[in-house]
Write a protein that binds this ligand. Structure first.
Ligand code: ADP
Ligand code: MG
Length: 208
């Protein structure tokens, strides 16, 4: 179970996040939707434990996988080493299977710079799932891809989620991605930003 409770998050004088919280059950997938600049990546970095400069508390599982907008690969290591150096307990044979699963099994000995952007994204997806994460956090993983590549990546992601069954936190500004990959949508909005569950507006408008 993942529990996020943030009281506030500021950069210097500027407060980005206000009071917000949510929980995620085992295998549950939630999307955080919001416009550019609202604080989505800031929230995700706090949940992932990358940013610890905030007021609040996060309970997260031990094994986590992350997929970012940029593939964030080690440029001087081969595709295979990008898996085995991050997941030190992962046998080489298992790493090769992980590369095959994302369709780049024949690229194991190539460096990230020798891969297309789409292949780099596949590699970062393989890396995120190779440790069999209990929580997968994704930050706009399909932006700036052509529609065909984005579709392929999304199908691959759906398949890997179905196989590994992590809890998923997907941060995006694209509604279609959110509804396709998750069962629950939260909106991040305002300044400082807070979360609103989808449909709440409607409920509020009909209550006295
Ligand atoms: P989103 O991911 O929703 O586009 P971000 O979380 O990246 O938004 O940014 C939210 C706000 O916080 C923006 O105004 C951004 O400029 C600011 N911000 C993000 N990271 C930093 C940082 N390291 N230092 C100062 N301001 C930051
Ligand atoms: Mg962002």
């Amino acid at each position: 179970m993942i529990a996020v409770e943030i009281h506030r998050k500021s950069f210097g004088q500027s407060q980005v996040l206000g009071q917000l919280g949510f929980t995620l059950g085992q295998g549950e997938a939630v999307a955080v939707l919001g416009p550019s600049g609202v604080g989505k990546s800031t929230l995700l970095r706090i949940v992932a434990g990358i940013d610890r400069q905030f007021e609040g508390h996060v309970d997260r599982p031990e094994r986590m996988g992350m997929v970012f907008q940029e593939p964030t690969l080690l440029p001087w290591r081969t595709a295979l080493q990008n898996l085995t150096l991050v997941h030190r307990e992962l046998p080489e044979a298992a790493a090769r299977v992980a590369l095959e699963k994302v369709g780049i099994g024949d690229k194991a000995e190539l460096f990230p710079g020798q891969l297309s952007l789409g292949q780099q994204r596949r590699l970062s997806l393989a890396r995120a799932f190779a440790g069999r994460p209990q929580l997968l956090v994704m930050d706009e993983p399909f932006v700036s891809l052509d529609p065909e590549t984005a579709e392929g990546m999304m199908q691959l992601t759906e398949r890997l989620i179905a196989e590994v069954r992590p809890a998923v936190l997907l941060v995006t500004h694209a509604r279609e991605e959110a509804t396709r990959l998750t069962g629950r949508i939260l909106h991040l909005q305002g300044s400082p930003a807070v979360l609103r569950a989808e449909g709440k507006d409607h409920l509020r408008s009909v209550s006295p």
